[in-house]
Write a protein that binds this ligand. Structure first.
Ligand SMILES: Cc1cc2nc3c(=O)[nH]c(=O)nc-3n(C[C@H](O)[C@H](O)[C@H](O)COP(=O)(O)O)c2cc1C
Length: 174
């Protein structure tokens, strides 16, 4: 399996079911590094040099998060703004991420049926994640299919555990 960096952004893993289960499962894999942003940066001050070094050590990058207001929790946006700098991640000299692969792993409160035209949330996950797709494009990373688990509140414990196994397979087989 390609060396994979999972950048996890969940502001309160103590109350999490899905992202906590994903984290615990992925931590068991040698080829996966789970990097928990809210634990590493409780003050929100991102160490850009550390983050850039970490990215260079991996071939595949995953953003893992619960959907908050149709996007990611805010520290992941802060991470993008700080780490993906001009001349490093984009611009004529900014080629450090070229050739890597990029993927999203997202949990939602809303059910899958809500995420489509005519549904409660109007838009599909492919539509809502366009800024991440554009980010991958600009930084020269290949955007791989997104892994989404919908309607987390109503899942049984078995379904939560199965989702964690499915995420691992998705990351391995993408
Ligand atoms: C601030 C906030 C915003 C949220 N926004 C959305 C949303 O836009 N769409 C949605 O389906 N669920 C939304 N949710 C629900 C979370 O996505 C859901 O609780 C989470 O994915 C469950 O994962 P967890 O068990 O790891 O916390 C929101 C929750 C919070 C706290």
């Amino acid at each position: 399996m390609k060396k994979t960096l999972v950048i996890l952004a969940h502001p309160n893993l103590n109350t999490s079911r899905m992202n906590k289960a994903w984290k615990d499962r992925l931590l068991q894999e040698d080829t996966v590094t789970v990097h928990d942003l809210y634990t590493k940066y409780p003050d929100g001050q991102i160490d850009v040099a550390f983050e850039q070094r970490l990215l260079l050590k991996h071939e595949r990058v995953v953003f893992q998060f619960p959907l908050y207001w149709y996007s990611s929790p805010s520290l992941l946006k802060e991470w993008q703004d700080a780490v993906l700098s001009y001349g490093w991640a984009y611009g004529s000299e900014g080629t450090k991420l070229h050739g890597k692969e990029f993927m999203l792993a997202i949990s939602t409160g809303g059910p899958e049926v809500a995420y489509q035209a005519g549904g409660f949330n109007l838009f599909s996950m492919s539509e809502l994640t366009k800024p991440f797709q554009a980010m991958a494009n600009l930084t020269g990373m290949r955007f791989l299919p997104t892994f989404t688990t919908y309607g987390v509140r109503t899942l049984t414990d078995d379904e939560v555990n199965k989702s964690a196994e499915d995420l691992l397979q998705h990351i391995k087989n993408a």
